[in-house]
Write a protein that binds this ligand. Structure first.
Ligand code: NAP
Length: 225
């Protein structure tokens, strides 16, 4: 079992944290407002969960999940994340970010590699960006289930991707390696086909969502030029 730090414990962060506790992991939760705002959630999740600051969550986590808006990237503490596997869940919404992502706006890096650029000593893996938070627990299945869904992941370090795959497997998902971090543009850009892979065309964000196997995810990733 793994200790997972969370920086950002809103809709997607809290959902993943709850699933992680159910799977037997320990979680260290943090947000912008401070630990006191997370005591109720931590109490609800039980003895495997504690509320902390972002620095504490970064230090405690063997894997650290970043579940903050993309434009908060410069506030993520780089020092305590050095050498760690970091999951970046952020979507890139081109229409929403102009002027708010200085390192991408200046062309120093791409929007999809921003977090890795800010955390040069960490092993950033983009994952979970393409599933609506309400669908995540509903579509989770045991390994081998015929309707188990596949989540695409992207990153520059194979060992980090293996660690993230193992974690997501424990949460109920297969993974598909989409390639280097820059290739996360194929599923972490809001509105791309793979970004919407599990939405039900009839009800869009209606629960429980729509399972998507590896073959379907691969097809949707390829459809982006
Ligand atoms: N919602 C989804 O279904 C979904 C699915 C996949 C990926 N994502 C991605 O996940 C990220 C979070 O989305 P969300 O919907 O979960 O947002 P949310 O519900 O608004 O939660 C955002 C969280 O980030 C925290 N935060 C903001 N700035 C921070 C900072 N500087 N330091 C530490 N924590 C900070 C907030 O803390 P406070 O509450 O204290 O402000 C809050 O806990 C986004 O990048 C989004 O693209 C979302």
């Amino acid at each position: 079992m793994t200790t997972i730090g969370f920086i950002g414990t809103g809709k997607i962060g809290a959902t993943v944290a709850r699933m992680a506790v159910t799977a037997g992991h320990d979680v260290v939760l943090s947000n912008r407002r401070g630990p006191q705002s997370l005591h109720e959630l931590a109490g609800d999740l039980g003895p495997r969960a504690v509320a902390a600051t972002p620095e504490q969550a970064a230090r405690a986590g063997e894997i650290v999940v970043l579940a903050v808006p993309l434009e908060a990237y410069r506030q993520i503490p780089a020092g305590p994340l050095r050498g760690k596997v970091v999951i970046d869940t952020a979507n890139y919404k081109p229409a929403e970010h102009p002027g708010r992502l200085p390192d991408a706006d200046s062309g120093v890096t791409t929007p999809h590699e921003l977090m890795q650029h800010h955390l040069p000593g960490s092993f950033v893996v983009k994952a979970l960006a393409n599933m609506f938070f309400r669908h995540l627990p509903d579509l989770a299945r045991p390994a081998g289930a015929p309707d188990r869904s596949t989540l695409p992941i992207a990153g520059d370090d194979p060992d980090a991707k293996a660690a993230v795959s193992a974690l997501l497997d424990s949460l109920g998902y297969d993974t598909l390696d989409a390639g280097p971090l820059a290739e996360s543009r194929r599923f972490a850009t809001f509105g791309t086909p793979a970004n919407q892979a599990y939405l039900d065309p009839e009800g869009m964000f209606a629960v429980p969502g729509h399972p998507a196997p590896a073959t379907r995810i691969a097809e949707l990733l390829r459809s982006v030029p």
